[in-house]
Design a protein around this ligand. Structure first.
Ligand SMILES: Nc1c(NC[C@H](O)[C@H](O)[C@H](O)CO)[nH]c(=O)[nH]c1=O
Ligand SMILES: CC(=O)[C@@H](O)COP(=O)(O)O
Length: 163
């Protein structure tokens, strides 16, 4: 499979705008906290290393990935100064179809909030078959989805500010 050949966080070949003028929120799901904690660490490190100021980053926990949509809406409604919201979560398939409903709801919900506010709302949510796939994508052999989400946030905030 193509994925097996890639570090999915390999964005060194792309140009990342300076993030010094942008303000972001990071919403982090508490479900699978060991994974989402690694996603958060990656996202925070990447924001800071690309110029975003620490005082311009708001971090908020939410119970689970399903609540990321509500958090993004609340943040952008109450904090209009934000240039975007990075949403981090990890949904791992269990015995039932609950996985499907959560993943679909979050994917479409975050898109709706982004369009409503005309601001980037980044889908930094792992949706995996098992724990190992999540480990591999939160600082493992396939990179860190949190890093990718941070880069995406900066790029989209820059597009919003300069187009
Ligand atoms: N099973 C996972 C969940 N489930 C909880 C939901 O996200 C939600 O908090 C609950 O349905 C109440 O609204 N959440 C994850 O983030 N990851 C999972 O694997
Ligand atoms: C994605 C989930 O909600 C899942 O982890 C819960 O497990 P189950 O589907 O076995 O109830």
């Amino acid at each position: 499979m193509a994925t097996q050949l890639k570090n999915l966080s390999d964005f060194s070949h792309t140009t990342v705008p300076d993030g010094k003028n942008y303000k972001f929120a990071i919403a982090v799901a508490e479900w699978n906290a060991a994974i989402t904690g690694s996603l958060y660490d990656g996202a925070l490190k990447t924001l800071l290393s690309n110029g975003v100021l620490e005082e311009n980053i708001i971090s908020v926990p939410v119970p689970g990935s399903f609540e990321l949509t509500g958090a993004a809406e609340i943040l952008l409604s109450k904090r209009p100064e934000l240039d975007g919201v990075i949403c981090l979560g990890c949904v791992i398939q269990g015995e039932t179809r609950h996985f499907d409903f959560i993943c679909q709801a979050v994917a479409s919900g975050l898109t709706d909030v982004s369009i409503k506010h005309s601001k980037p709302v980044i889908f930094g949510v792992l949706t995996t078959d098992d724990q190992q796939q999540a480990v591999d994508r939160s600082g493992g052999k396939h990179g860190n989805k949190g890093d990718e989400a941070a880069i995406t946030a900066i790029k989209m905030a820059h597009l919003n500010a300069t187009v």
